[in-house]
Design a protein around this ligand. Structure first.
Ligand code: NAP
Ligand code: GLV
Length: 311
């Protein structure tokens, strides 16, 4: 049997992925969706933004392995074979990259580094008030693979971290709350709200006017998860009134962020081009190979998505 690699990657990136995947599982036959293939011969699909419908008609398919941590787009494809187990990417190297981005964003807000960058462009020499990390409360929304790593990294750096998830969670050094009714009080306590929730029916548009009003006046938001978590117009309004002081945004409704979008030039917004935690083919291929081996040996698969929950 063969493995289909179905992606929207450019040629250079795809070549790097194929090299790493071959090295991680030398006995496997990899076929890309750019060439013809025998549908009956494919039992595993490795995917990164595959084109809609590309996994249809693969009657021998037994595993769909995503190279992305978030599977919202994949689950949005109604032609995705419903009975085939879907595994998402969980790579400790990615969690570490995410923790670095989160720490940078939190430090940038807490210590005023984003404002100093603006002051430099205006040749303005002005020292801003400085407070200690333990005087800054960060709300970590999502305490999964990434949220837990981020929460711990921030706590280790002295921040007061309150985590929020669906089920009760225990993260060393982090106070945690769970469930819908806890979200308002968590937001009300935070100076910085950091989002690492998956995009699901329940979390789409979670950052809307109602939630911005629940936040402390002058709080900041860091969205490293998905653009559709935020209602852009409501965020722009909250920035305009000063309810929200600063937003660090790595993800957007449309990517690349369209040239005319207000976020590009907004003085209170820092834009990143969806780079908070890129999948690294070198470490991620080992994660993929582990699941491929498990499937071949009839062992349990790891990091399976619960399609009913959407993550
Ligand atoms: P994960 O392990 O699935 O964790 C998701 C967390 O969100 C869990 O703690 C879960 O709660 C919580 N959650 C889900 N729905 C909720 C709800 N309705 N209310 C409260 N909590 C809810 O996901 P992950 O690996 O940490 O990744 C998180 C997201 O990061 C991905 O889905 C992806 O969108 C994004 N991401 C972005 C980048 C980037 O470069 N910007 C890179 C990778 C991933 P329970 O624990 O109670 O289930
Ligand atoms: C990136 O956004 C991912 O979900 O891996």
């Amino acid at each position: 049997m063969s493995i289909l690699v179905a992606t929207d990657l450019g040629e250079i990136e795809l070549t790097e992925w194929l090299k790493c995947l071959h090295e991680a599982m030398p006995g496997e036959t990899l076929i890309t969706d750019r060439l013809g293939w025998d549908a009956q011969d494919i039992d595993i699909a490795i995917v990164a933004n595959p084109s809609e419908g590309s996994l249809q008609g693969l009657s021998s398919l037994r595993l769909i392995q995503s190279l992305w941590a978030g599977v919202d787009k994949l689950l949005g494809d109604i032609t995705l074979p419903p009975e085939v187990p879907l595994a998402r990417m969980v790579d400790p190297a990615m969690n570490q990259a995410m923790a670095q981005t989160a720490l940078w964003a939190v430090l940038g807000i807490h210590r005023g580094f984003f404002r100093y960058a603006q002051q430099q462009s205006a040749k303005e020499w002005k020292q801003l008030p400085q407070c200690r990390a333990d005087e800054v409360t960060v709300a970590m929304l999502g305490l999964g693979e990434m949220g837990r790593t981020v929460a711990q990294r921030l706590a280790t750096n002295g921040y007061c971290v309150i985590g929020w998830s669906r089920k009760p969670a225990q993260v060393p050094g982090v106070e945690s709350r769970h469930g819908d009714s806890a979200l308002g009080p968590v937001l009300a306590q935070a100076n910085i709200v950091l989002n690492l929730l998956p995009l699901t029916g329940e979390t789409r548009g979670i950052f809307d006017r109602k939630r911005f009003v629940q936040m402390r006046r002058g709080a900041s938001i860091v969205n490293l998860a998905r653009g559709a978590h935020v209602v852009d117009a409501d965020l722009l309004e909250a920035l305009g009134t000063g309810q929200i002081e600063h937003a660090v945004l790595d993800v957007f409704h449309a990517e690349p962020l369209p040239c005319g979008h207000a976020f590009w030039t907004h003085p209170q917004v820092t834009v990143l081009p969806h780079v908070a935690a890129l999948t690294d083919p070198r470490s991620a291929s080992a994660v993929v190979a582990k699941n491929v081996r498990a499937l071949r040996r009839g062992l349990p698969l790891q990091h399976l998505v619960d399609r009913s929950k959407g993550y």
